[in-house]
Design a protein around this ligand. Sequence first.
Ligand SMILES: [Zn+2]
Length: 351
Amino acid sequence: MRFSEIIEQQQLKDHVQHALRTGRVSHAMLFSGDEGMGKKMFARTFAQAILCENRQDAGGMIEPCGECHSCVMAMAGTHPDLRELVHEKATYGVDEIRSQLVSDIELKPMHGDYRIYIIPEADGMNPASQNALLKTLEEPPAYAVIMLLAERPQALLQTILSRTVELPLRPVHDEAIERFLMEKQRVPDYRAHECAAFAAGNVGRAIRFCGDDSFRNMVDGTASLLGEMDRLTTADIMERIGRILFPDAEQETGKEKKKKGLKEAGSRELGRFLDLLLMLNRDAMVYKATGESGRLVFAAQEAYDRKAAQRSWEALYKNIARIEQARERLAANVNTDMTMELLLLGMKNEV
Ligand SMILES: [Zn+2]
């Protein structure tokens, strides 16, 4: 990977470019951002550039050459001075931090001037593991570079945070994601548009949505549920939501096929479903106002929009409030099935 291939993230690029130019690389950095934002990709590119024996200045941007011995090893994951930590369980054990980092870092670099450690899911270190790391962060060897990656930096101890430079990955503009999906992933324009809109600035998520039938099915299923809601019973509606949230349930057999509570879908999935309801409702409003599909996020769902646009403005506005209210209830741990039932019935009865 080259920095020029990374979409936006100018602030981070400026930081690492400055470090590469001046040779002043921080001992400890914290790349923060949601899953899919590109933390690991950025850290790996930076690490490769630090270790590269033949860095290139390509149009004002320092890039790893991609061809030297060091780059080849870094890309293959076999560079002896670049290590990515792993953990066996959900969190890092103290021993894992000690053996993979604290004692390992005593070894001098084998090839160049640096020894680099990438810690994925660093927010998965419990306080004991963080304390084990802390001593190294307090007095790192001159050649040491430690890159922590975290979705929730707030889960790290203040003592750790105060010794790291935080480099937050920012949401990318929809248009940039759309262009990337069309040009690099050969996604058709209408799909690139909806995946980018739904990914909320997260490139990894957008790529996954586009390559993934389950997202397509979720959009189709939700639009048809909303379109046909008026003639469905409560039980039908709940069954449809179950099918949207558990697309693989059809293949499950025997014991597995017990009735699932919607809560089992997980908060991320439920949040996504609510996002989708919100965007479809927004599309209905745009369609009602303009009468055309050109500015819709989900242009392929025009049949639903035509129908939903017959509802009153008041009904469509009330839906927004209902969806946000459901989100609050779920966050407050109110019963998931009941919350979703109330939401969809409310949307159904609003005309
Ligand atoms: Zn190189």
